[in-house]
Design a protein around this ligand. Structure first.
Ligand SMILES: Cc1cc2nc3c(=O)[nH]c(=O)nc-3n(C[C@H](O)[C@H](O)[C@H](O)COP(=O)(O)OP(=O)(O)OC[C@H]3O[C@@H](n4cnc5c(N)ncnc54)[C@H](O)[C@@H]3O)c2cc1C
Length: 504
């Protein structure tokens, strides 16, 4: 099909176009992607493409129909286009990457993948912990070029390819912000679809809690506006169900928050105070006002010791009271203490370690804490990081609080399942770009030991900190059954095969 033919067909009706394309898929016995049921029944012979069963994908046809760019394996530009944030996944080679510049590009890519039996995965910022935004031999649809940020009347419209730093920098010009995570290059798409936790979570909720509507192209090539009144099930599922499962989101509308000054504190305790400090942090996560947030870091040092500190933020602009409250819950003054105030953009840059972030190797996973851990669990958790320190494995347990506004959203109002949880432990092990098998094994042992140590207190995992080999149900809690129903409704042939978190 020429570019004009293809566009005309799509605009005439995605279902009709799909019927034509999927009927062609029917003819290809080797197809890996089943045809959509919407294509069942006779389709207009005149509209039927004339592909033979053995036909290779018509990449030139796809390329000529795109507003964006297609990179095939072996072409210049492909090495950069297929990379993710974590170099560990460099060896995964998709057949092609579409850098999609428009919703039409996304639709054409989906329909092309269906026609040619290619597994198709969306890519936003490329930070997936498990490399879910790439696929060997398949088609990656990178929404990166769709990165516009437009603000009006407290609402921001963000292209799904926007990265967090760019969203903040643009919104700051209007004195507005969003509750997001901290890494400047994380994609708004992956973050928001899986939840999105950060320093504003307790005051304003998750990133996904701010979503007013989304544009999303489903497996049949149809573009939907998902909001509380249209495609409401899809709207529900995409707010916490994780990326890659239900369609390719092309843009978001989100309710903004003020870009206010933030008060910061950092408190450090000696290793001997680790138990008291962690138990004090748990009380803080439970009882501190919604304007106060602090995460807790337990880092293995190469000397075999533990470094213990908390980084806190107050959205009132002054962090002194929050720091004092945490110290009082710990029952011991911190050995080092710093209190600062930062403007919105100073805070964004400080938390993100700059305006961009270099590609980094790591292995990580998570446990969602149902409530405060008992004394024995705290002891086991600390022992796991200590064992890693002794074995010289780079390892951290980082505990982020939930609660506040994140807990006030109605349970079941969105797919994010952890409204009543105390917080999330992230088990993180830094790795070289291309780690040895032994280094990977040591990192995996740390994660496994961490899960085991807190098993009694864990409700499951955070889908944005997804890890290989973990049961899918552990990421979705009480939302799993409804997510499966939404999957059946919008992607009955399981075209989007989210490799590690598929709830279909
Ligand atoms: C360094 C670093 C820091 C992080 N910090 C935080 C943090 O502070 N808070 C937090 O909550 N999380 C954080 N995360 C986790 C992060 O939220 C997830 O990894 C998130 O999925 C990344 O989104 P992405 O778009 O960058 O990644 P991608 O790898 O592009 O996408 C992640 C998943 O979403 C799918 N997807 C991507 N784009 C779309 C789309 N347009 N439509 C549908 N599906 C799509 C992909 O197929 C994949 O399954 C961090 C991750 C890293 C690596």
């Amino acid at each position: 099909m020429t570019r004009i033919d293809r566009r005309t067909a799509l605009k005439a009706g995605g279902v009709l176009a799909l019927a034509a394309l999927a009927s062609c898929v029917d003819n290809e016995s080797a197809t890996a992607v089943p045809p959509s049921p919407v294509a069942a029944g006779p389709s207009p012979a005149a509209a039927r493409p004339t592909l033979s069963a053995a036909a290779a994908p018509d990449w030139n046809g796809l390329r000529s129909g795109l507003d964006g760019t297609l990179f095939l394996r072996g072409e210049s530009g492909y090495p950069a286009a297929h990379q993710l944030f974590n170099p560990k996944f460099d060896s995964i080679q998709p057949a092609a990457v579409v850098r999609a510049a428009s919703t039409d590009d996304v639709r054409e890519s989906i329909l092309f993948a269906r026609q040619n039996g290619l597994v198709c995965v969306p890519k936003g910022g490329g930070h997936s912990y498990v490399g879910a935004s790439t696929v060997a031999g398949g088609l990656v649809v990178d929404v990166g070029p769709m990165s516009s940020v437009g603000y009006s009347d407290d609402v921001v419209t963000v292209g799904a390819g926007a990265k967090l730093y760019d969203v903040h920098a643009q919104l700051d010009k209007d004195g507005r912000s969003l509750p997001t995570g901290t890494c400047p290059t994380v994609g708004v798409a992956g973050l928001a679809l899986g939840g999105g936790m950060g320093v504003h979570t307790r005051t304003y909720g998750l990133t996904s809690d701010r979503i007013l509507s989304m544009q999303v192209v489903t497996a049949d090539g149809v573009a939907h506006t998902a909001d509380p009144t249209q495609d409401a099930d899809l709207y529900w599922a995409l707010r916490g169900g994780g990326g890659g499962n239900l369609g390719i989101v092309t843009s978001f509308r989100l309710a903004t928050i003020p870009a206010s000054r933030l008060g910061f504190f950092t408190l450090t305790w000696p290793e001997e105070a680790a138990t008291a400090a962690l138990r004090g942090w748990q009380r803080f996560a439970h009882e501190a006002p919604a304007t106060a947030w602090a995460n807790f870091h337990i880092d293995a040092q190469s000397s075999g010791t533990l470094s213990i500190h908390a980084v806190g933020v107050s959205t009132t602009g002054s962090a002194a009271a929050a720091a004092e409250q945490l110290e009082s819950f710990v029952g011991a003054k911190a050995t080092s203490r710093s209190i600062t105030v930062k403007t919105h953009m100073q805070a964004v840059t400080y938390l993100g370690g700059g305006t961009t972030s270099a590609r980094t190797g790591f292995l990580a996973g998570s446990d969602v804490l149902r409530g405060p851990m008992d004394a024995a669990t705290v002891t086991r958790l600390l022992a796991v990081v200590k064992a890693a320190a002794r074995a010289k494995v780079p390892a951290s347990a980082i505990l982020d609080p939930l609660g506040g506004q994140a807990a006030k959203q109605p349970q079941g109002g969105a797919a994010w399942p952890w409204r009543s949880a105390l917080g999330v432990i992230q088990w993180y092990s830094g790795l070289p770009a291309h780690p040895s098998a032994a280094a990977l094994r040591a990192a995996q042992n740390f994660l496994t030991s961490g899960h085991r140590a807190v098993a009694g207190a864990s409700a499951g995992g955070y889908v944005n900190y997804i890890e290989a080999g973990r049961s899918v149900s552990s990421y979705y809690g009480s939302s799993l059954a409804r997510l499966r129903a939404v999957k059946t409704q919008y992607d009955p042939t399981d075209f989007f095969k989210a490799s590690h978190a598929a709830f279909g």
